[in-house]
Design a protein around this ligand. Structure first.
Ligand code: SF4
Length: 473
């Protein structure tokens, strides 16, 4: 077991975060002042914050000391950095994002003058520093198009036609809960009708996500859209995106319903274009379904179609992922989002399968780089980026766009600098307060909605009232 003793600071969270990037079984003992990794070599590290603000990590057994040669960062980042330097040496593994352990490396990048500075200060690999720096500038540009006083709306539908094995249980299997789907749609309508008359702010973006919002029947789906458009003032300039997700739920009727309201942005997500993988993951569609649905959406006039892929899926190699990227590029959608498989809580896949530290599925890091190269070559550029805990290979998720088609909602939501009003079970409403200092330090207040769909169905009126009080509407 490896133990990290904290001296002169109490950044348990940050120390645990860095340990988690190298090992799996992490626990903290705040009273005794240490954090451990059970699946690591027997070592004791002393992570000290010195009086001058610098940090040193010393290996008790050997006396070897690790510190950054340069000006200290703020405390949380500084103690992480010296521990990262020690672990990089102990494990012989340099991670792509160096000591950046947070979910929004582009916020840190936005504080730096150049990609080189980002790489030097945070030990980020050169290609990731360039990606992070470029994406941070595009995020800032797009965020500037979303006024701070506007609201951004999320409508959540936590149901799916079947559950993918890599997903945690945010989605109910409607084959068992068909009755609840109608109740859920009615509850959403109730929440929208209760709260919408009080909204006195302009709406910049509206995003319907899930789950799979198109899981509703044709009639339920059309009724929900009608309710949204009758009750919420959506100007023509408002960006509206519907995550249609699985092609097995998309019908011509639903596409027409969206188009009749002028909705021009949709997501059709293959995750992989390899049929054998799709079947093993529990998805009920093939790559041919994807292509047919994509072409139908194009014919119906959707201007921007986003397609998601996941790198590092089990049952396929890095080469399979690159082939999926090539196939999507041939379809020429406006947006392609590359995710890296990460361990969701309660997903059927084990953490070991997700992290694949033995690289049994090939070099996913290299495959992602090759996928990015193909995307750049085809005229796409990165416009938003985030990371998740327990992501395989320490990689990231990156949204790519052609021309000026990046999704403003994605940028606004990830920024923690724009207010989000969430309808539906499991939604997180946010109020974001701008203040001096780096963007990563902005104050955010959150108002979660109950995750359980059944409890939400019973309490959608109360959910609306809570958000009304939260936003002061
Ligand atoms: S990955 Fe997406 S489509 Fe699959 S179960 Fe989860 S939310 Fe539904």
């Amino acid at each position: 077991m490896l133990k990290v003793i904290l001296k002169g600071h109490d950044c348990f969270y940050g120390i645990a975060d860095i340990l988690r990037m190298f090992y799996s079984e992490i626990s903290e003992d705040r009273e005794k002042g240490f954090v451990t990794a059970a699946d690591a070599p027997d070592l004791t590290l002393i992570n000290t914050l010195e009086n001058d603000g610098s940090s040193v990590t010393e290996v008790k057994e050997s006396g070897k000391r690790y510190a950054f040669d340069g000006a200290p960062l703020e405390t949380g980042r500084e103690v992480r950095r010296s521990l990262y330097i020690a672990l990089e040496d102990i494990t012989g593994t340099a991670l792509p994002w160096g000591c950046l352990s947070g979910i929004r490396p582009t916020l840190v990048a936005s504080e730096e003058e150049s990609a080189e500075e980002l790489a030097r200060k945070y030990l980020v690999r050169e290609d990731k520093a360039a990606l992070g720096f470029e994406t941070s500038r595009e995020e800032m540009r797009l965020l500037g198009l979303v006024p701070h006083d506007d609201l951004n709306i999320y409508v959540g539908v936590p149901f799916c036609p079947s559950r993918c094995s890599y997903c945690s249980f945010i989605s109910e299997d409607i084959s068992h809960h068909m009755g609840r789907l109608g109740d859920y749609e009615a509850a959403l309508e109730n929440e929208i009708r209760t709260l919408a008359p009080h909204i006195n702010r302009r709406i910049s973006t509206l995003y319907m996500g899930g789950g799979t919002p198109t899981v509703f029947s044709d009639e339920q789906f059309a009724r929900l859209l009608d309710c949204i458009y009758e009750n919420i003032r959506i100007d023509p300039s408002c960006e509206v995106t519907i995550e249609a997700g699985r092609p097995d739920t998309i019908t011509g009727y639903k596409l027409d319903a969206m188009r009749s309201h002028g909705i021009g942005r949709i997501c059709i997500n293959p995750q992989t274009m390899r049929n054998a993988t799709l079947a093993k993951l529990g998805r009920l569609h093939t790559s041919e379904n994807i292509v047919r649905t994509y072409e139908l959406a194009r014919d119906k006039g959707f201007e921007v179609i986003n397609m998601d892929l996941i790198a590092g899926l089990p049952y396929e190699t890095g080469d399979d992922f690159v082939e999926s990227v090539s196939k999507l590029i041939k379809l020429d959608p406006g947006n392609i989002t590359v995710h890296t498989l990460y361990k969701k809580r309660r997903a059927a896949l084990s953490k070991e399968t997700v992290l694949d530290r033995e690289e049994s599925r090939g070099d996913i890091d290299a495959a992602v780089s090759e996928g990015y190269r193909l995307l750049y070559e085809a005229g796409y550029h990165p416009y938003y980026l985030y990371r998740q805990k327990d992501t395989g290979h320490g990689l990231e998720n990156t949204g790519f766009a052609k021309g000026d088609t990046g999704c403003l909602y994605n940028v606004a939501m990830m920024s923690d600098a724009r207010d989000i009003l969430s309808f539906g079970a499991g939604g997180m409403s946010k109020r974001c307060f701008e203040q001096d200092g780096p963007a990563s330090k902005h104050r955010v207040e959150r108002c979660p909605t109950v995750k359980d769909a059944l409890r939400y169905i019973r309490g959608s009126f109360e959910a609306a009232e809570r958000k009304r009080a939260f936003f002061g509407l």
